[in-house]
Design a protein around this ligand. Sequence first.
Ligand code: AMP
Length: 389
Amino acid sequence: MPKLSIQDLDLKGKRVFMRVDFNVPFVVGTTTISSDKRIRASLPSIKYALEQGAGLVLASHLGRPKGKPVPDMSLAPVAEKLAELLKMPVKFAPDCVGAEVEAMLPNPGEVLLLENLRFHAAEEKNDPAFAQQLAKLGDIYVNDAFGTAHRAHASTVGMIQFMPQAAAGLLMDKELQWLGKAISSPDRPCVALLGGAKVSDKIEVIQNLLKVVDTLLIGGAMAYTFFKAQGRPIGKSLVENDKLDLARELMAAAGDKLKLPVDTIVTAEFKASAPSEAVTAIPDDKEGVDIGPATIALYEGILKSAKTVIWNGPMGVFEMPPWDTGTVSLAKAVAESGAVSVVGGGDSEKAIKSAGVADKITHISTGGGASLEFLSGVELPGVAALTNK
Ligand code: AMP
């Protein structure tokens, strides 16, 4: 069911409560923001609401303060950064609920950022009384925090029952549009590329994608669990021994759709600049660290004819070059395929940036966990709670 968008609403003179994802990283031991990417991601919604004549109350969590105020996890530095990006004053409330906050509420054209929602344990407990207090701060609810839409918290779900309308922000809208198209009406052939450390993290994604895609390409350490399940040697590679039956079931259900690497880069020593080589059978004293050249060529060929590509997770230990070769080569192949490409997960995004092809990717999701749950076919609670169009 399509959800109401911020663009469907009359915002003039209204006070908009906007849930954003300002969970930014800091330079270790400081309050200097090391990446303002998440703040920038919601600027289109913030600017749109201001242009339409709304006053804005912005709410976010930051880190895991476990339900009590932790000065290092204050959103105060975010208010300063936001003011700089918007080139206008941003007021900062010392809390996210209560009389003091209510006295600071913004007029049309003004922005108020609330203190970290998770300084109250009631936020993650989705406590109705707390949700009601949050709801008092706005006339209209907008959720632009795709990255937390898989959590049913007071600010993402609970408060909506106390608001007349709840709409998706522009970022949320874009996420739902591209991820939604990829899994419900993809242009075909539709190819998924899945990597990363563990099969166990991605079981539901694999199961759901097998229903949707024409081909599922597996890379990363999760391939070795499939190898072992097939009786192929894996040496000292990472493996999940308790997932071998599951891997067999997935392979049986998938048939030809599921492709595994045909060669592997192996090393005797897991350390930077250790010698490594491509093999088709992993020797007992070595471990796999990347997909090999024959696999890269095989996967590139499949990606070339794809019309939709869904990608999550690296093909190898991409943090330690040259073992990023598989991941970076396929990032380039995805970009060059001309397919609608939807990428989730921080590692795949890093690989795309280091391959210099970010501008050729249709959509890079801002929500790691949320995008995985979405690809699993689960309706995200923060999305389900929004008003239907
Ligand atoms: P995930 O969070 O499940 O997407 O896994 C990402 C991690 O998987 C990265 O840190 C990679 O270094 C790691 N990884 C990918 N392939 C391998 C491999 N062949 N051996 C060990 N770790 C790997």
